[in-house]
Ligand binder design. Structure first.
Ligand SMILES: NC(=O)c1ccc[n+]([C@@H]2O[C@H](COP(=O)([O-])OP(=O)(O)OC[C@H]3O[C@@H](n4cnc5c(N)ncnc54)[C@H](OP(=O)(O)O)[C@@H]3O)[C@@H](O)[C@H]2O)c1
Length: 238
């Protein structure tokens, strides 16, 4: 039996990835901020090997408490999926004036960095021994092409974009730091997808995006560690 620990499992890409893994027989520790409101996840847990945990990743005390609950249980795949565009709005839009040039909000920027960049690293620090004790030994970071410097031709969201660029550097550091323990670490770009964050006009359905990511993750090998990979398997420019 293989085990997945995933954050932001209650909706969007995280929920669909969790569903697919559960349906293929994985044991899942599915984390979300409000389990009582996570109807889809509750229904999934009634049918499959899914344990739901309350976890706000911005609260590092809650990450430590989850470690106490899970103890030394091996975790084959740790998926740091939870992410935000900003604290108050769910959908990507160029009208996000508090993160465009001339109207930045430093407190908000820190809040986005905490969820998108610092919390994934904290999760890795806390659960690294669990991952090292597993067969697969994989860590996935949900990044975004918005964090890609090489492909950035137009103004993009300062808070969100820099948080994902920094996440990619965290990933590269981890790939080097954890190589000797046999742990692979990659960043993933799911494509612009029709979730609450991506909005209804996004290019990809959740099925297309997560279907692609699922194949990418299934075929990952240690040689892929340190890569920034799109949902279709292509490398994303740094
Ligand atoms: N959709 C896209 O086009 C797109 C493109 C590139 C990258 N991404 C990345 O893909 C990931 C998933 O996004 P999505 O499109 O599925 O967005 P989504 O539908 O808005 O889902 C975001 C998930 O993150 C969770 N989350 C937010 N803040 C959290 C916190 N402090 N602690 C724990 N969980 C938290 C949310 O939980 P709540 O329900 O409690 O808010 C929700 O489960 C994100 O990292 C995002 O940056 C998305």
């Amino acid at each position: 039996m293989k085990t997945l620990l995933i954050t932001g499992a209650n909706r969007g890409l995280g929920f669909d990835f969790t569903r697919r893994m559960a349906e293929t027989g994985w044991h899942i520790h599915a984390c979300c901020r409000a389990p009582a409101q996570a109807d889809g996840l509750q229904a999934l847990a009634a049918k499959h090997d899914v344990t739901i945990h309350a976890l706000d990743v911005a609260d590092f005390g809650q990450i430590d408490a989850l470690k106490t609950k899970l103890g030394d249980e091996p975790i084959d795949v740790l998926f740091n999926n939870a992410g935000i565009m900003e604290t108050s709005q769910r959908t990507l839009s160029l009208d996000h004036t508090n993160q465009m040039f001339d109207s930045l909000d430093e407190d908000e920027w820190m809040a986005v960095m905490r969820v998108n960049t610092m919390a994934p690293l904290r999760m890795c620090e806390v659960f690294v021994d669990n991952v090292a004790a597993s067969d697969r030994k994989q860590i996935l970071m949900m990044s975004s092409i918005v964090g890609s410097i090489g492909s950035n031709q137009t103004p993009r969201w300062y808070h969100y974009g820099t948080s994902k660029t920094a996440l990619n550097m965290v990933m590269r550091n981890l790939a080097a730091d954890l190589k000797d323990r046999g742990i692979s670490v990659v960043s993933l770009h799911p494509g612009w997808t029709q979730t609450d964050m991506g909005g209804p006009t996004a290019a990809l359905s959740i099925d297309e995006s997560v279907g692609g990511l699922f194949k990418v993750v299934e075929t990952l090998t240690p040689n892929d560690s340190g890569r920034f990979i799109a949902w279709n398997g292509d490398d994303v420019p740094w």
